[in-house]
Ligand binder design. Structure first.
Ligand code: ATP
Length: 324
């Protein structure tokens, strides 16, 4: 293998730049030519492909977002779009790919590999932490810390006014961000898609709030089965029917995607980036490079997207015990 290319795709996550940097520098270290594809699959189709040098990735390890830009591509979902992408890669002589993104990105990579056979290694770049085959995804730790900082601030005002706050965090169909920011932020309740939300239980507990604890923080994962933070708040307010209680809703939104990556995310991203290039050289073809129990592991795209990563049991237990 002589020429490889790297791209970032889907939702951006803090640490993607550190990963791109590791891919580029490992490739150069291993005497490969390395190219950057801009705007994910969209740029692959449009031929936005540029040679990368070591200095191309200087001064980016600390930055959020992605210098390669990211995009969602409808055209790549079609065989015609993927053919254009293949023709562009062929014109540059690219023999291997590193795809940094989430499950959608790996779905695309799997289809593309099955059609054209270009070996592709994935790096788990998503704040949602919803990928099987790695304990943590790149960007998750930063997103949790951003959510936590916001929760701490909201708690100050909640306590000052004895308010009940419903705080919606990201995570798509997974509750990892909600659970970790909820435990770290001392939430009274955490609502996640993985477990059924019992609003009666929430109401009962709010009724019994200790006198000294009249404010409450309830963290809601965006994919919760009971609805979004606003609709859940309205349902709880109606059921509680206590005009003395003051309810507020805050949706944290895209601040969770931004910001400088934490040390943990930078190190994880760098490890995955290095492993991806080494994996391509070693002959892996359709795998994600992740870190499980401190070790780099390669998991097939089929398993990464087909298997569900469960929430940590102890975390669920903690949420119950610590809220009393
Ligand atoms: P995040 O989890 O942060 O949103 P993601 O990688 O899951 O990131 P998606 O938008 O779901 O983001 O996927 C990225 C891109 O992958 C899509 O815009 C599309 O171009 C491509 N893709 C997804 N699924 C397929 C598929 N089945 N076939 C071909 N391409 C796909």
């Amino acid at each position: 293998m002589k020429k490889i290319a790297v791209f970032t795709s889907g939702g951006d996550s803090p640490g993607m730049n550190a990963c791109v940097r590791a891919v580029v520098r490992t490739a150069i270290f291993k005497e490969l030519e390395v190219y950057g594809i801009y705007r994910g699959y969209e740029g692959m189709i449009d031929g936005e492909i540029k040679r990368m040098q070591s200095h191309s990735v200087s001064n980016i390890v600390q930055r959020g977002g992605t210098v390669l830009k990211s995009a969602r591509s409808m055209e790549f979902m079609t065989p015609e779009g993927r053919k254009k992408a293949f023709d562009n890669l062929s014109a540059f002589g690219i023999q291997g790919l590193v795809a940094i993104g989430g499950d959608g990105t790996f779905r695309g990579a799997k289809v593309f590999f099955e059609e054209y056979g270009i070996p592709t290694i994935g790096c788990p770049g998503t704040i949602d932490n919803d990928l099987y085959g790695t304990d943590y995804t790149i960007g998750f730790d930063t997103a949790v810390n951003t959510a936590l900082e916001a929760i701490d601030k909201i708690r100050d005002t909640a306590a000052a006014h004895d308010r009940i706050f419903f705080i919606e965090v990201m995570g798509r169909d997974a509750g990892f961000i909600a659970v970790e920011s909820g435990i770290g932020g001392g939430a009274e309740f955490v609502m996640v898609p993985e477990t059924q939300t019992d609003l009666e239980e929430v109401v009962k507990s709010l009724k019994n709030l200790r006198k000294s604890k009249s404010s409450s923080i309830i963290v809601v994962a965006e994919g919760d089965d009971a609805g979004n933070a606003q609709t859940i708040m309205e349902k709880v307010k109606t059921k509680l029917n206590d005009p003395s209680k003051d309810f507020k809703v805050t949706t944290l939104g895209h601040i969770q995607r931004g910001g400088n990556p934490t040390a943990r995310d930078r190190v994880l991203a760098s490890r995955c980036g290095m492993a991806a290039v080494e994996g391509l050289i070693a002959g892996h073809q359709f795998h994600m490079a992740g870190v499980v129990n401190q070790e780099v592991v390669f998991t097939t795209f089929a398993d990464c997207i087909g298997k569900t990563k469960a929430l940590i049991e102890d975390h669920l237990k903690l949420m119950k015990i610590l809220s009393i």
